[in-house]
Design a protein around this ligand. Structure first.
Ligand code: PMP
Length: 285
């Protein structure tokens, strides 16, 4: 089936959508993105993603070609046109096409905006949520502004390949002995009743799922500590998990080949996943 995608104001069959070879997203990774999940044909935390998108654009002094209302309408139209019940919507905005030069092009250069859907039947019922995933630890060799959600994703890709080569599912990145985050998710450990995850700053992406999960954890009277944690702490934890818009809350049961806790998904993780999915389905738009 040919998807309908959105590019610069038009809905087109995917094989007819085109972007210039001079696009700065292509030449400089000069672009930002968002991934929003769809459950029951509705958008999960659209407002959170729209807000972070604007923040990423502002940090890079990049123009936003659409209003939040228009963006919501485009998301909904793509869900409808492609019959998405469960899946993801990918959105990318770049600084647009201009003759190749490191300096930003003149104000008024039209940004490029592209959106497409990915159908993922069974997204909320992923088997990995019951078995857990395995991670390896790798050095965090990304740039210093990880709070901006740019399309500069080569190191996370390399990290996933390192994990794959080691027989694991993902990698947790480590800086100065402390875990920053997963290659495409935020990282957490649980010790007793306390959930520990790195504090916000320029070292990690400010996950939209993270914000919601921490809010629900506090509402459920769980203790949350936002601070750096070490690889050793992770290996000695009772539970570990990741969060992202595509995995929601996903247990981590092994790190560098050693089991975490009992080596099976923990009950705090399971409870948070359940609350997150319940509450976010209710609030979906
Ligand atoms: N950290 C990184 C590096 C990511 O790429 C992502 C997902 N894009 C996340 C965290 C999770 O963010 P969110 O919950 O907003 O999907």
């Amino acid at each position: 089936m040919t998807r309908t995608v959105y590019v610069n104001g038009q809905y087109l069959p995917e094989d007819q959508a085109k972007v210039s070879i001079f696009d700065r997203g292509f030449l400089f990774a000069d672009g930002v993105y968002e991934v929003t999940s769809v459950l029951d044909g509705k958008l999960i935390d659209f407002a959170g993603h729209a807000k972070r998108l604007q923040r990423s654009l502002d940090e890079l002094q990049m123009a936003n070609p659409v209003t939040e209302e228009e963006l919501l309408e485009i998301h909904r139209e793509l869900v409808r046109a492609n019959g998405i019940e469960e899946g993801l919507i990918y959105l990318q905005i770049t600084r647009g096409a201009a003759d190749r030069d490191f300096a930003y092009p003149a104000a008024g250069t039209q940004p490029t905006i592209v959106l497409f859907t990915q159908a993922k039947p069974g997204l909320a019922d992923a088997p990995a949520a019951k078995t857990g995933i395995k991670v390896i630890s790798i050095e965090d060799q990304r740039w210093g502004r990880r709070d901006i959600k740019t399309v500069q994703l080569l190191y996370p890709s390399m990290g996933k390949m390192m994990a794959k080569a080691a027989g694991a599912d993902d990698a947790w990145m480590v800086e100065d002995g402390h875990v920053t985050e997963g290659t495409s998710n935020n990282a957490y450990i649980v010790k007793g009743n306390t959930i520990v995850t790195r504090h916000l700053g320029t070292e990690i992406l400010h996950g939209i799922t993270r914000a919601a999960v921490l809010r629900f954890a506090r509402e459920a009277q769980m203790t949350v500590e936002e601070r750096p944690f070490t690889v050793e702490e992770a290996k000695a934890a009772d539970e570990a998990f990741i969060t992202s818009a595509s995995s929601f809350v996903m247990p981590v049961v092994e790190m560098d080949g050693a089991p975490i806790g009992t080596g099976t998904p923990g009950h705090v993780t399971a409870r948070l996943r359940e609350i997150y999915l319940d509450e976010m389905r209710k609030a979906a738009v």
